[in-house]
Design a protein around this ligand. Structure first.
Ligand code: AMP
Ligand code: MG
Length: 427
């Protein structure tokens, strides 16, 4: 079995400017998680239209204001009768009942069913006064103005009682519930027009790099297309957040700082997070806020940083796309989900399977190994290659190798986090 990667440890403070000096110290993944778990989580509420609330997290308990259904109704097409009038009816003892009217959905029958009488009724139509059961059409021979009952029904048969789905005042859904499609249906059935939910985490993405072209461009010359901002947007939406803006800025300190300072709950900066001459964001966060973490003992994503600026969380994600994905998943996503009222844990389905080949790692760092699964076994693909995003699209998922492990032999059972298997879907 693989070891847990989440252990308690004190957080460390990053050095202010490590440009071109390399990382003298790297925090452990556990230290980073411990720092994140100390950060305040804003819990804001908003009212949203019930019909648009699927996937949102309820803030309050919701009670039904009405009985559902609001009336006794037929559950079958047939005849509303007094059950006792059918006592003893069979194919060999057909009992006559007079048809005195009909009850259709929403229209009903205004009279009262007396002994010896029947009212033609459709599924969903109100049960007329006086009747206490519905005799299904299959158990009846209909004539001009009467029926011959060939079956017996007890009182209450094929009748849906008022309030049998929901009673007025009953708790329908509890606070913290992530609304499912059927929850939306239930809420709407009670007339609930809007519901109180956690506000989506407002995330600003700042994509840095002189070489970046906007999504939708064809890469030309020495330029590449900014794929990270689109990938991050999809990750944020998956985690219950909304991207309020994507700022694409050159490696210019003043522009990066201005973009990082604009309003949001969480700022994700892509690129320029390391110790190169063009890596400005860590210095800016250290100078104008608090750079709590810079450099983590993991692969990929080692040049990740994070801290606070103007009271909000800032994540400095490496530009290499696999590092960007991994750093988001390890650290930023944890906070995006919590601000949205969701569990901090990964929204990935997990599978425990044996390794087909050995998986080699290095002591002292956490490794994020992309793997495929074939015939019930796990095939390692890559640990390095942070620039090759295709390693994550070919992969079925990933395996985390903790810092104190050199890896695992073939046959060792590992936990695979499956990319395609979110335990929760987000609209
Ligand atoms: P950096 O983290 O800025 O040093 O960038 C590391 C590598 O990631 C470089 O090859 C960049 O060109 C690439 N890169 C940076 N930002 C992005 C982005 N938004 N989308 C795709 N690749 C990027
Ligand atoms: Mg860059």
């Amino acid at each position: 079995m693989d070891e847990p990667i989440f252990k308690e440890a004190p957080a460390v403070r990053a050095a202010a400017d490590v440009r071109m000096r390399g990382f003298s110290h790297r925090a452990t993944v556990q230290q980073v998680l411990a720092w994140l778990d100390q950060q305040p989580v804003t819990e804001s509420t908003e009212m949203v239209a019930t019909i648009q609330a699927a996937g949102r997290v309820l803030c309050d308990e919701i009670c039904s204001s009405v009985d559902v259904p609001g009336f006794d109704r037929a559950m079958m097409d047939g005849y509303a009768v007094q059950a006792r009038d059918t006592a003893g009816a069979s194919m060999y003892n057909r009992l006559p009942l007079m048809i005195v009217g009909q009850s259709l959905p929403s229209v009903g029958f205004s009279g009262e069913v007396q002994r010896g009488q029947a009212v033609r009724i459709m599924t969903g139509a109100p049960l007329p006064a006086g009747a206490d059961a519905v005799l299904p059409a299959e158990e009846v021979t209909a004539e001009q103005d009467r029926i011959l009952a060939s079956g017996e029904v007890p009182p209450g048969k094929h009748v849906g009682r008022r309030g049998e789905d929901l009673r007025a005042g009953a708790v329908m859904l509890r606070a913290g519930r992530r609304l499912r499609p059927q929850d939306i249906g239930l809420l709407v059935s009670t007339g609930a027009v809007s519901v109180p939910v956690r506000r989506r985490t407002r995330v600003r993405i700042v994509s840095t790099g002189n070489e970046l072209l906007p999504p939708g461009s064809l890469p030309t010359g020495y330029q590449i297309v900014d794929s990270n901002s689109s990938m991050l947007t999809a990750l944020v939406v998956r985690d219950g957040g909304e991207v309020v803006a994507v700022d694409r800025v050159p490696d210019q300190p003043s522009e990066i700082l201005a973009a990082m300072r604009s309003s949001a709950d969480i700022v994700l900066v892509s690129g320029g997070s390391s110790v190169g001459q063009e890596d400005h964001a860590p210095v800016l966060v250290a100078e104008h806020g608090e750079l709590a973490i810079h450099g983590v003992a993991m692969r990929p994503s080692s040049p990740v940083g994070m801290g606070r600026l103007d009271g909000r969380l800032v994540f400095l994600l490496p530009g290499n796309p696999v590092s960007c994905l991994c750093a988001y998943d390890f650290f930023a996503g944890r906070m995006v989900r919590q601000f949205a009222g969701l569990s901090p844990e990964w929204p990935y389905r997990q599978e425990l399977l044996p390794l087909a080949n050995k998986l080699v790692s290095m002591i002292g760092r956490v490794d994020y190994a992309r793997v495929t699964m074939r015939d019930g076994a796990v095939i390692p693909l890559a640990i390095g290659g942070a620039s090759m995003l295709s390693s994550t699209t070919v992969a079925d998922g990933f395996v985390i190798i903790p810092a104190d492990s050199e890896g695992y032999p073939a046959g060792h059972q590992v936990r695979v986090y499956c990319y395609d298997g979110p335990t929760t879907a987000v609209p």
